[in-house]
Write a protein that binds this ligand. Sequence first.
Ligand code: C2E
Ligand code: MG
Ligand code: MG
Ligand code: MG
Length: 279
Amino acid sequence: SITKDGVCEIAWYSDDMLINALLEKEILSSFDFAIINRQFGIYLQPQVYANGKLFGAEALARWIHPENGIIQPGVFITVLEKADLIYKLDRYIWELAAKQLDYWKGTEMEGVSISVNVSPKDLYYIDIREEFNNLVKEYDINPRHFNIEITETAVTTDVSKCAELILGLQKDGFVVEIDDFGSGYSSLNMLKDINANILKIDMGFLRKTENQNRAKVILNYTIDMAHELGMGVITEGVETKEQLDFLKELGCEMFQGYYFDMPMPVDEFEKKFKEKYKK
Ligand code: C2E
Ligand code: MG
Ligand code: MG
Ligand code: MG
């Protein structure tokens, strides 16, 4: 605000900070209402093998806001994490995914897996293993089709807790992925103690750099290392044919990215599956 002698009292705030603070308040004050009124939904993004065949999809949260339209997770996930509310959204999203796997039983979509995201904060607010097992029981679904993405940051926050969780989930039949691998500061170190089913390589690796050759060496060794440790490899953020060919050459076997498709509403995904991916 401007005082009567023209001094701006909030000069130390940038416009961005002010807008973010307002947005944060707005998000937090409407979150419970939004959950109760089912304003959150999932978009599905295809995941494919090297031969182009689809095997699964990642479920990505979208806030279908009655006035503001579709709000991307970049806007609300960190706000909910900061406020320790993310577990409420995640539980809701995981249940939507479980319901979807249930709907697909007995249709041509049966066998397509769905990956869901776990926030690092979830580790401290809910019993993740119990949550997923309850969903599997309630909806009578095969845990092999339920992929659980745990971000590298979550794992490095508490390696021993995550190692135990991951082992437990695998014992229960779930597929566990390390999401955003290679984006943090101790990616390699944690792999001593973490045996996931799939390593999901962060799309940062695909970004053009001046050191393209170095990036290639690192990517190549990462893929080989994952395989030698018994993990599958999926790269996210594949946007071009060049990137796809390059990754195939390095031995990567699973892919996700705009080159194939963007995340889309479930009914669109089912249509796409029939028209484009069913082979
Ligand atoms: P993520 O789990 O790493 O998901 C991949 C993100 O990359 C998605 O963004 C996806 O739309 C985007 N993406 C996929 N292919 C490409 C590509 O070729 N190029 C580019 N530039 N981007 C691509 P989205 O949907 O905006 O989600 C962003 C992040 O929000 C996710 O990153 C995840 O960390 C978080 N998130 C989304 N849904 C949930 C959720 O239900 N729970 C939690 N805890 N986090 C979620
Ligand atoms: Mg993910
Ligand atoms: Mg990721
Ligand atoms: Mg990422």
